[in-house]
Design a protein around this ligand. Structure first.
Ligand SMILES: NC(=O)c1ccc[n+]([C@@H]2O[C@H](COP(=O)([O-])OP(=O)(O)OC[C@H]3O[C@@H](n4cnc5c(N)ncnc54)[C@H](O)[C@@H]3O)[C@@H](O)[C@H]2O)c1
Length: 360
């Protein structure tokens, strides 16, 4: 056994980050499919989480990522109030060159072989059209197109949920949920970020944006010339008088370089895995910056794909995504009572819900 393999097995069987119920290695040589399906927990119901299609440097790295992402989904689903456990799948390879109908169908058969213990959806490298193909082999695929009985793009509800997280942060910090007159900086105005701009402007906030893609910026400024644009994230996090910083691009936005210079009093955004490493949540708290945990406020998307299993109803989903407001407030309250950062409080509440489900 290599050190790397041993590392993965150590995580799975012996570490705090492990304890997964099931890990399935899948192979279909004809299509080139190599995939890992990790089911962390089914305590609350069938494991739900997307499929990442990514050119991992090694197979061990892919397994480690699947384990980590699946565990994250258990917490996310628990905090979203869903009757779903956590799972995630990764397909190893470059989606640009490896993805084919044959491969996606083979993958769908593996998902199906789990009999509904794992429900899949889109993630980095997989799209609505791919889930339509996977769904030809299994009923346990969500995130499909409306033409195929799916809910389509999840960014609308994700942005709505993040907005609820911001309103809760404002309520907690300033005693009023309105964002009127608040200055909000958004890094990344793609699918989620551009919807978020609309919510904020409708509520009367002042919006500052940045994006590496000029067309993403132009899409906003053409409609809203009053939105301020800054050169990059480095500039955004230093904007004077910024009330809220919303990372809506990539993970790792909160790190040893960015946290010390943040001017915002609140961080609340859509990006996954915003905390670059354990301990950053404490650095934020030490600086008096309120952090609305990413996996709590960006749960609108998973609420949507879960709903798809029942036959998608946008209004029903919106009601559930609106609860992100109360959930975020409950996390801040628990953080205060327990004297811990909000990220740790969210983990505690999620763990409690899973433990209660296991007992019953
Ligand atoms: N789409 C969803 O429903 C959903 C759900 C949960 C979480 N998320 C997370 O939210 C984030 C945004 O998702 P999305 O669907 O809007 O993706 P997207 O790709 O549509 O948008 C991301 C935007 O960020 C920009 N960007 C990339 N690097 C940047 C940088 N260094 N500085 C500034 N801008 C940069 C891109 O140009 C793009 O416009 C991702 O981290 C995603 O994982 C999305």
């Amino acid at each position: 056994m290599t050190d790397a393999t041993d590392g993965v097995l150590h995580t799975l069987f012996r570490s705090e980050q492990g304890g997964h119920e099931q890990v399935v290695l899948c192979q279909d040589r004809a299509s080139g499919l190599k995939a890992v399906i990790a089911i962390h927990s089914t305590a609350l119901g069938p494991a739900l989480g997307g499929t990442r299609f990514y050119p991992y440097a090694t197979e061990e790295e892919a397994v480690a990522d699947a384990l980590n992402l699946a565990r994250g989904m258990s917490y996310k689903n628990a905090m979203a109030g869903l009757d779903h456990g956590g799972g995630k799948a990764v397909i190893i390879g470059d989606p640009e060159t490896l993805k084919s109908e044959e491969l996606l169908l083979a993958y769908g058969r593996f998902v199906n072989s789990l009999g509904g213990r794992y429900v899949t959806a889109c993630d980095v490298g997989t799209y609505v059209a791919d889930m339509d193909v996977v769904a030809r082999e299994t009923r346990w695929a969500t995130g499909r197109s409306p033409e195929n009985g799916g809910a389509g793009d999840s960014s609308v509800l994700t942005a709505f949920g993040v907005f609820q997280g911001m309103r809760a942060s404002a309520q907690h910090l300033w005693g009023d949920p309105t964002l009127r007159g608040r200055k909000v900086g958004i890094a990344g105005v793609g699918k989620v970020g551009h919807h978020l701009v609309e919510h904020l402007l409708s509520d009367g906030a002042e919006v500052v944006i940045t994006d590496v893609r000029e067309e993403s910026v132009r899409r906003i400024t053409d409609r809203h010339p009053n939105v301020t644009v800054v050169a990059d994230t480095e500039a955004l996090i230093r904007v004077e008088g910024l009330d809220i910083y919303a990372p809506c691009a990539l993970g790792g936005a909160l790190n040893d370089e960015s946290v010390p210079v943040l001017t915002a009093k609140v961080v609340c955004g859509a990006a996954n895995n915003q905390l670059a490493h354990p301990g950053v949540e404490k650095d934020l708290a030490d600086r008096g910056i309120l952090y609305a945990p990413d996996y709590v406020v960006n749960a609108g998307g998973v609420i949507q794909v879960a709903d798809e299993l029942r036959g998608f109803d946008f209004d029903r989903c919106k009601v559930q995504a609106a609860k992100i407001f109360d959930t975020t407030l409950a996390i801040f309250a628990r953080a205060k009572t327990d004297g811990i950062p909000p990220a740790a409080a969210a983990d505690r509440i999620a763990e409690q819900r899973m433990a209660e489900a296991r007992r019953s």
